[in-house]
Design a protein around this ligand. Structure first.
Ligand SMILES: [Zn+2]
Length: 318
């Protein structure tokens, strides 16, 4: 890697870390990372990262609804669209060359605004697939739990499997460490899963799933209540033992728990037959608590999940 290219890589990784590090007291702010993932998907599939505000707005809103925090009054993709320009992540082009003066939706529409990564960054990411993969992984891990990565990738036109396979080579990793320090990567505690499963006696706290393949639990997972991407600790009191289905729905905000350990189900969730049986009928049921009182989910994590993940309002049980 030449010195100049090394500088470009470092500059890119610094700007990406800046995006991930934007936090306000644990409040989720996935707008910019999601928009950037969308632009990266376009770069991957079309060879350029152009996002046309007016035509892509509906799609961006839908992604924010699905993968962003609850917003009763709807999401506004225009702010991230404008601010990524100021963060020097991308630039905004208009047909007449005059950038929109305000961040409003109307100004972006009237100006026919198009956002795209700077040429040198596009070229760099195309020339260095391992940097592309590393960028996507940083954005995913910095903002969402693993259970959501494949759906998010699919939505922006990327394949998680090939992203993971294209993991950073040595050069990329070295530049990354130099650029961001080690604090950005959260290490996983290998004891978290076994401790949570044992605490809940190897069954889903919501449905009782306790299946085994030979002598190992299967399709049973340890969920973080407050996401690791948002400093949720690897602590049993921040864990729930859930089957894969209920884990997925818990991370997507379909399901939550209340401080008195009852299941809450979002009014936005619909389904009949098995879907109703496996989800809607859980509303207001007591979860199976962990065996020891000091392993019970801590209220601060439950409140974080309620405010940042759960798609309120909750269904009123029949
Ligand atoms: Zn379950």
């Amino acid at each position: 890697m030449t010195g100049t290219q090394g500088d470009l890589v470092q500059s890119w990784l610094n700007r990406i870390s800046g995006l991930n590090q934007w936090r306000q007291s644990g409040q989720r702010a996935p707008n910019k990372p999601l928009l950037l993932l969308y632009a990266l998907g376009r770069l991957h599939n079309y060879g350029n990262s152009r996002v046309v505000f007016e035509s892509d707005e509906i799609y961006l809103k839908k992604m924010l609804e699905d993968f962003g925090p609850p917003r009763p009054h709807g999401h506004s993709p225009e702010y991230a669209f404008s601010r990524m320009n100021r963060d020097r992540i991308w630039r905004i082009d208009t047909p007449d060359g005059i950038p929109p003066v305000v961040d409003s939706r109307r100004a972006l529409v009237e100006a026919d605004a198009v956002g795209r990564l700077p040429d040198e960054d596009e070229e760099l990411l195309v020339a260095r697939p391992e940097l592309f993969s590393q960028t996507v992984q940083k954005l995913l891990r910095g903002n969402w739990p693993d259970s959501m990565h494949s759906e998010i990738c699919e939505r922006v036109g990327l394949e998680l499997e090939s992203i993971l396979a294209g993991d950073a080579g040595e050069a990329g990793m070295a530049a990354d460490t130099a650029a961001t320090g080690r604090q950005a990567e959260q290490k996983r505690d290998p004891d978290f899963r076994p401790q949570v499963l044992r605490a809940y006696e190897y069954q889903c706290a919501m449905c009782g799933w306790d299946a085994r393949l030979s002598d190992s639990s299967v399709a049973l997972e340890a969920a973080h209540i407050q996401w690791k991407a948002y400093q949720g600790p690897d602590d049993t009191r921040n864990g729930l033992c859930l089957c894969v289905l209920h884990h997925r729905l818990f991370d997507r905000g379909v399901l939550g728990i209340s401080p008195d350990l009852r299941v809450v189900v979002s009014q936005d969730f619909n389904g009949r037959g098995m879907s109703a049986q496996l989800v809607i009928e859980l509303a207001n049921q007591q979860i199976t608590p962990p065996q020891a009182p000091d392993q019970r989910p801590d209220e601060q994590y439950i409140v974080w999940h309620q405010e940042q993940v759960f798609k309120s309002p909750a269904r009123v049980p029949h």
